[in-house]
Design a protein around this ligand. Structure first.
Ligand code: NAD
Length: 313
């Protein structure tokens, strides 16, 4: 059996086209453009690439990209002051502080300083809490995109067994919440899980978010399962000496067993940025409803973006 390839690149492009049409519709009615502020502290090369890519795609769909590039020695107080300015800025709908931050800055403190209503990464404890109670919240972009990929091959997930490998705050835990809200039975596996192949083999939906190249091989996969490979690992090809990106799944082996599979690159990665743009536009549209022209008026405590769905009893 050869798995259906889930083309994240194409699905993300289709989503961006939808978002661009929504933005164009608002601008045609005379409203301001939605704005996404991205803050980069220091010059970590991987972060530079992510930030450049986010800015490019933000502009491509007609939104404003507001970039703040700060030196590595920026103090925590200066960064908090910038976040406070962005919170109050009526032209900013989403704030993303690129992680990791330099060691002298407390990342949790910065995330908690972002107004929940502009926390388009969905990392603020208020959004995390709301997601877990089935309330209205910004959903972290990678799990949100992963769920869309799963639903591109199967709409009704009710009653399926989903196994999420990885329990990080940005991928594994929110993925658990989203799958639970879809009425899956969810198992979260991690570095201390015993007999991981056996646990994974019982999954109708297997989400790998570990960061270990080829950890998930064909022995881990139930025939016909949907496999979402979140992992991004850089490996060097022994034969050519060239480096390339691979996922957590052994693509060639798994594709013979799975029913559907995401490639790396070209799977979850493109969906992450598309969902960041979607979160920002969702926030903007709430603000439009509140303030007509999308002005400053928003209440970070009472106004929420509904994307999490409700957890059924
Ligand atoms: P993390 O390091 O925070 O978490 C990794 C998790 O894997 C941990 O919960 C750990 O318990 C688990 N783990 C480690 N070794 C294991 C093992 N041998 N067996 C089972 N579980 C094990 O990582 P993260 O931030 O969640 O990211 C995971 C992967 O996803 C990384 O490769 C990262 O680059 C990638 N990622 C991709 C995107 C994207 O847009 N595609 C976004 C975020 C993260």
């Amino acid at each position: 059996m050869t798995a259906t390839l889930i083309d994240g690149k194409a699905i993300a492009a289709a989503l961006r086209a939808e978002l661009a049409a929504r933005v164009a519709g608002h601008v045609a009615q005379g409203y301001r453009k939605p704005g996404l502020a991205v803050v980069l502290v220091g010059n970590d090369p991987a972060s530079e690439v992510y930030v450049a890519s986010k800015a490019k795609q933000t502009k491509e769909i007609g939104m404003l990209s507001i970039e703040h590039r700060l030196p590595a020695e920026t103090t925590e107080a200066a960064l908090l002051a910038l976040v406070a300015r962005l919170n109050a800025d009526p032209g900013v709908d989403g704030i993303l502080v690129q992680l990791p931050l330099p060691g002298h800055i407390d990342a949790d403190k910065i995330i908690e300083a972002i107004a929940p209503a502009k926390d388009v990464d969905g990392f603020h404890p208020v959004n995390v809490g709301r997601l877990s109670t089935g309330g209205k919240a910004f959903v972290p972009c990678t799990p949100r995109g992963s769920l869309k990929l799963i639903k591109s091959v199967r709409q009704d997930l009710s009653g399926l067994h989903a196994v999420v490998v990885g329990r990080s705050n940005i991928v594994g835990k929110p993925m658990l919440q989203l799958l639970l809200a879809e009425n899956c039975t969810v198992t979260v596996a991690h570095s201390r899980t015993q007999d991981l192949p056996m646990v994974c083999r019982s999954a109708d939906i297997l989400v790998a978010a570990v960061g270990r190249p080829k950890l998930i091989d064909s022995r881990y996969v139930k025939p016909g399962a949907i496999v979402i490979d979140v992992g991004i690992n850089r490996v060097t090809d022994k034969a050519t000496g060239k480096s390339r990106l691979v996922g957590d799944a052994d693509f060639d082996g798994v594709k013979e067993i799975a029913g559907a599979l995401t490639p790396v690159p070209g799977g979850v990665g493109p969906m992450t940025i598309a969902c960041l743009l979607e979160n920002t536009l969702d926030g903007y549209e709430i603000r439009l409803k509140q303030g007509g022209g999308g002005g400053a008026r928003f209440d970070p405590v009472t106004e929420w973006i509904c994307t999490s769905g409700n957890i059924q009893p």
